[in-house]
Design a protein around this ligand. Structure first.
Ligand SMILES: Nc1ncnc2c1ncn2[C@@H]1O[C@H](COP(=O)(O)OP(=O)(O)OP(=O)(O)O)[C@@H](O)[C@H]1O
Length: 447
């Protein structure tokens, strides 16, 4: 990242300092926000995804020990460890400087500063961040897997360990948690990375398609077989075969798969010779390992074969601040894709994001933000810009305090909003109520 693409927050209780720094930085960086109250830091950080915070050490002139600066420094680093904090103080004190650096400050400047010095300090941090890359797993190729949470860091550690081995991997996790991304990342970081990565959604294949798709066929093997066709096992030879939705295949399909995996050979339909195959197998499913262990549903011997190592991808709700980081990532991504400017998030927008259940996990978040960017008329995203797809919502049943009529109304509203791509005005019109009445109902039903 370059200085002109960076976002900077300046916090100082001296309005003159804020004005001076705003004037200095305005033309040099992408966004500069100034504020005189440190209590606003954490909220502002959630709204803007700053790269650097320039923070005063002493507020209100009450205590000059620098403790307050260090207190806020710790809060910032706890919420967003990747953000660099540059501390400034009017009371140059080498002990304090050393202490703040030990506590995680990136740099330390003494007031009155020279403009060039503060610019150099910020530039240096931005360049360092660029070298370290964005907040994502550092992997080969262009796989971007965002995740700072402990739960995702555990996934990344495991991924780096297993990727270079040839072990068969079973990836578990709810819909939309990123299983596909992880499978691709394992391949991209394996010794097979220059060979094919072939994905098959086996859960969607009928009994007849299952065999022809996976094992291939010879011309004339069945009525529609007008020419020879390679199966996906053969196409993945030397590389990785990724079987998605493995938990949904029938017992018969499981038996066929097991034979191939045991013999490491496939016989295309209509062929009389088998072909040796050398693949690394990755499977994924949203069925829990407990349900998979039910022998009426899934063969134990097949589980053992596909599951040398299993990895569970946590749902979004267990990833703490990852949600905000992902939100900023998707907002920047779609703003660029749709040629829009920079967006900031209002407190109500963030609150609505945080309150939502996200049963569709990262995919649901991604689609909701893409919709918000497409529909937004202004740079500040407000709660009403955020609408959730009815597809991801569990069908609403009347709760204890709710009548069936309430549940019916709630479902109707969700369906109409979805149909109108989140457009509140159109939805209100279709429902035959005013915009304000629709907002009242959205609020009432916590939508
Ligand atoms: N950590 C992440 N960082 C960035 N993007 C992500 C992350 N996790 C998921 N995504 C994005 O969310 C979407 C859904 O991810 P993906 O298809 O990998 O999920 P999945 O678990 O395989 O879903 P399903 O269970 O429906 O097959 C994709 O567009 C993916 O790029």
């Amino acid at each position: 990242m370059l200085l002109q693409n960076s976002k900077i927050l300046v916090i100082d209780d001296d309005e003159d300092v804020l004005i001076a720094l705003r004037l200095l930085l305005k033309s040099k960086v992408k966004e500069v926000v100034t504020n005189n109250n440190p209590n606003n830091i954490l909220n502002l950080m959630q709204q803007h995804a700053f790269d650097v915070v320039v923070l005063d050490m002493n507020f209100n002139g009450l205590v000059n020990t620098g403790n307050e600066g260090i207190f806020w420094l710790n809060k910032i680093k706890k919420q967003s460890p990747e953000v660099d904090v540059i501390l400034i103080t009017a009371y140059g004190d080498i002990d304090l400087a050393i202490r703040s650096l030990k506590e995680g400050a990136a740099d330390f400047l003494v007031k009155p500063w020279q403009n060039e010095k503060i610019l150099d300090a910020i530039r240096e941090r931005i360049e360092k961040q660029k070298k370290q890359g964005p907040k994502k797993l550092h992997l080969n190729a262009d796989t971007k897997i965002i995740g700072d949470s402990e739960a995702m860091q555990d996934v990344f550690v495991k991924l780096k360990k297993v990727a270079p081995t040839d072990a068969n991997i079973l990836i578990l996790g709810e819909n939309g948690t990123g299983k596909d991304l992880i499978a691709k990342a394992i391949h991209d970081n394996s010794l097979r990375k220059h060979k094919p990565f072939v994905k098959v959604d086996v859960g969607a294949l009928t009994e007849t398609l299952f065999e022809s798709e996976l094992f291939g066929y010879k011309k004339g093997a069945f009525t529609d077989a007008r020419e020879d066709r390679k199966g996906r096992f053969e196409a993945a030879n030397g590389g990785t075969l990724f079987l998605d939705e493995i938990g949904n295949i029938s017992l018969r399909q499981q038996a066929r798969l097991l034979t191939v995996l045991q013999n490491r050979q496939v016989t295309p339909l209509g062929a009389n010779q088998s072909i040796s195959i050398d693949i690394r197998l990755i499977c994924a499913t949203n069925v829990s390992i407990r349900d998979l262990a039910d022998e009426g549903r899934f063969r134990k011997d097949l589980i053992y074969r596909i599951n040398t190592v299993d990895m569970t991808i946590p749902p979004l709700r267990e990833r703490g601040t990852d949600m905000t980081i992902l939100a900023h990532y998707f907002i920047d991504f779609y703003a660029e894709k749709y040629g829009k400017g920079n967006f900031s998030l209002s407190a109500s927008f963030i609150q609505k994001l945080k309150k939502h259940h996200f049963s569709g996990n990262v995919r649901e978040l991604q689609y909701a933000l893409e919709r918000a960017i497409i529909m937004a008329d202004q740079d500040l995203l407000e709660a009403e810009d955020l609408t959730f797809s009815a597809i991801e919502q569990p069908q609403v049943r009347a709760t204890e305090n709710e009548t069936n009529l309430d549940a019916l109304e709630k479902n109707t509203i969700l369906n109409v909003i979805e149909k109108n791509n989140g457009n509140i005005s159109k939805s209100a019109k279709e429902l035959g109520i005013t915009r304000a009445a629709l907002y009242r109902r959205l609020h009432k039903y916590d939508l």
